[in-house]
Structures are given as C-alpha cells and as structure tokens.
Unconditional design. Structure first.
Length: 208
C-alpha cells in the first residue's frame, strides 16, 4: 500500500511521458494495459477528455500552472469513466495534494516539462534494458515456483475479490471525492498549488 511496485512505477512513468509528448491516445492505451479502465469504456472519448483537461498545461511555466484545478478535473473524469485507480497511486496523489507553492516561490519561470522529460526518458530506457530484465527474471524463478503451489488458493481469493469489487469501487469514489474536497479547500486558501509536481512525481516513481 505504501509504495509503487516496479510495474506501477513503469506505468506512471510512461503515462507522464505520454502527457509530456501530448499523446493522449497513448496515455489511454497505457492506462488500459494497466487494467485501470473498465471493459466497454469509450477510450476515444476518454482521450478527448484528458486532452481537453491536461493538454493546455503542457509546456507552461510554473507560475501559469494550476495543479489543483487540473487534478480536480482529472478526478472528475476518473469518477465519470469509473476508472480503477490503484491504492498505491491514490496514496501518491494524496501526498502531492499537500505540496504547495515551492517551485513558484523558488523559480516561477521554471519549465518543469523540459527538466523532467529527459529524466523520465532515461529511466524508462534503463528499466527496459534486456540484460537487467533477464537478471531480475532469474532472481524471481524460485518465487515463481513456490507461487505455483499456491495457485488454487490464489484462484479462490480472486473469486472472492470479484464479489467485493462493487464495494471497493464505491470506496475509491469516496476517496476521490475526499481528495477533491481537500484540494478545493486548499485552492480557496491559496491560488498557488503544488508546483514542481512533475519533478517530485518523477523522483517518487524512480526512487528504489
């Protein structure tokens, strides 16, 4: 619960890079591959909504960004399209909710996109290194063999999980609404929110 897995780190990094490249169809494909989009969702409509909401902020300097307003709109989109946001990512977003104004105070003209993009690009390339992946696979083989013995139990747990999906989804929507209220309260208290968010998020997902 308290941290992103390596798989989730890669997913979030690819999502951020897609946003920085203004490729919102790729963004939705990445989210779909992660299993966060329910079956039957209109992915074209979802991509249009994300482009309309997030697109205008790309390439803007720090002092022109309104992260609070953007995240509130993104959470509204998640609610309307019934997106399944993993608890680890929810925790990360909650942490970022409490980051206020640091970048604007230090360097209001900072171009966080130009700064964060090469960091993410290099990290993704490093994670996709074949030799590194083979080494990690070799290290996981004993765990995979042991895990195979637990398959019947895991299957039963998965079926029980499906029964609780509706309750979990309702809980997620409540979490989103709670975050929205927090951010709206913070936005009333101060127009400036978050800053250096892309850099902090980049650091958060690439930290071991």
């Amino acid at each position: 619960m308290g941290e992103l897995s390596k798989h989730d780190q890669m997913t979030v990094a690819r999502m951020l890079l897609a946003v920085m490249n203004s490729d919102f169809m790729q963004l939705i494909q990445i989210v779909h591959q992660a299993g966060w989009i329910p079956p039957g969702t209109d992915q074209d409509a979802l991509a249009r909504e994300m482009r309309r909401t997030v697109g205008p902020m790309v390439s803007k300097p720090m002092h022109e960004l309104d992260f609070a307003g953007i995240l509130i709109q993104v959470m509204d989109i998640a609610r309307r399209f019934h997106l399944e946001i993993p608890p680890q990512l929810m925790l990360l977003l909650k942490t970022l909710v409490h980051v206020e104004g640091l970048g604007t105070d230090l360097y209001p003209e900072l171009d966080i996109w130009s700064l964060a993009k090469p960091i993410l690009t290099d990290w993704i390339k490093a994670q996709m290194n074949p030799q590194k992946n083979l080494k990690e696979l070799g290290q996981k083989i004993p765990d995979l063999l042991l895990g195979a013995q637990d398959f019947p139990t895991l299957l039963v747990d998965s079926l029980n999980g499906l029964k609780n999906q509706s309750a979990w989804h309702a809980k997620q929507l409540n979490e989103l609404q709670s975050m929205r209220l927090q951010m709206e309260h913070q936005q009333k208290r101060s127009w400036i929110f978050g800053s250096l968010m892309a850099i902090l998020l980049s650091i958060a997902i690439i930290s071991p």
